[in-house]
Design a protein around this ligand. Sequence first.
Ligand SMILES: C[S@@+](CC[C@H](N)C(=O)[O-])C[C@H]1O[C@@H](n2cnc3c(N)ncnc32)[C@H](O)[C@@H]1O
Length: 356
Amino acid sequence: MLLLTTTLGLEGGVSKEVKSLGYKIVDSLTGRVLVDADYKDIPFFNINIRTAERVLYVVGTFKAQSFDELYENIKNLDFSFMVKKPYVRVVKVRSVNSKLFSKRSIQSVSMKALVDKLKAVDGKVPYLFHIYARKDKFIVAVDTTGKDSLHMRGYRKKYSKAPLRETIAASLLILSRYDGKFPLHDPFCGSGTIPIEAYLIARNIPPNLKRNFSSENWPQLKEVYKIEREKAADGIKATKPEIFCSDIDEEILKVCTENMERAGADVKVFREDFKKVKAYKDFGIIVSNPPYGVRIEDTIWKDIHILFETFPNWSINLVSPYKNPQRFLKISPDKTIPFLNSGVRVYFLQFYKKIK
Ligand SMILES: C[S@@+](CC[C@H](N)C(=O)[O-])C[C@H]1O[C@@H](n2cnc3c(N)ncnc32)[C@H](O)[C@@H]1O
């Protein structure tokens, strides 16, 4: 099994993408999605998955209610996929509703079991372990992604004041059912994360084709990485998606354009107040992240109805500080997805009735 980690609240975006890639979901947990996939699928997921932060390989699962049980169960796991003298660390522990709850103790017992079994902590090839416990059921998993998590695609060198993470932008697009067939507009584009991720989706460009991963030197994976990179590159479509984006701030649009160039994204970028943007097609999809913060939201949201009037047949999907902005809008969202954006609780409001 593989365990994909993600932003709290956006597990649904990961599940939707995983299913569209032809894999089955075993379980969806808080900030994590368990996938029915095996060791040889690690390269495919690291290169292709858009919505996850990390790909972990699940070494084993078991029940433990005492530290002796935890120690013995870890020692009995199959570590034959690893190199002979690994560098081993337990880097993350989480325990929810379990008899063993002290993170520090879980970490040191797990570490002792790993070192006793594997006889090394200071080898060259790193294996960084995550230990999760929920209702006494443990998952022992090892990170395959590496130092930089998967949102670091490499095209964003400069940011707006409140940029969306690339993986979050991809989730919001997938949850909005964007697949490149309809026009897309982001009227608050900032540094361009949403339109760039939309371009990558529309042309089936793998988000992490060009970067490296810590599992590349693991036994049997070097060749699989090579094959998966070739397959992923072959899958890029030659289509020309209709993607537009705008923002009121001239300076941020320069950053946006630079990011687009680095990403190789062909998107129409223009300066405009969202209240004056025109609809150039009868229908399409808006996915956007209007500014929020103390007081700012009211100045934007009091006029947000203009978007709905300008784009009457478009599916409109907005990140909002309000669960239901009844004060500003006559219609209620069809779906509301709460999630954490940089530690702030926000809501992804979807008004999609009209584009079914
Ligand atoms: C939260 S940021 C968007 C961040 C973007 N998703 C990113 O990843 O960089 C909100 C953007 O709305 C823009 N903005 C504020 N007022 C606006 C208006 N009246 N019309 C259009 N854009 C506006 C800001 O300049 C800012 O770039």
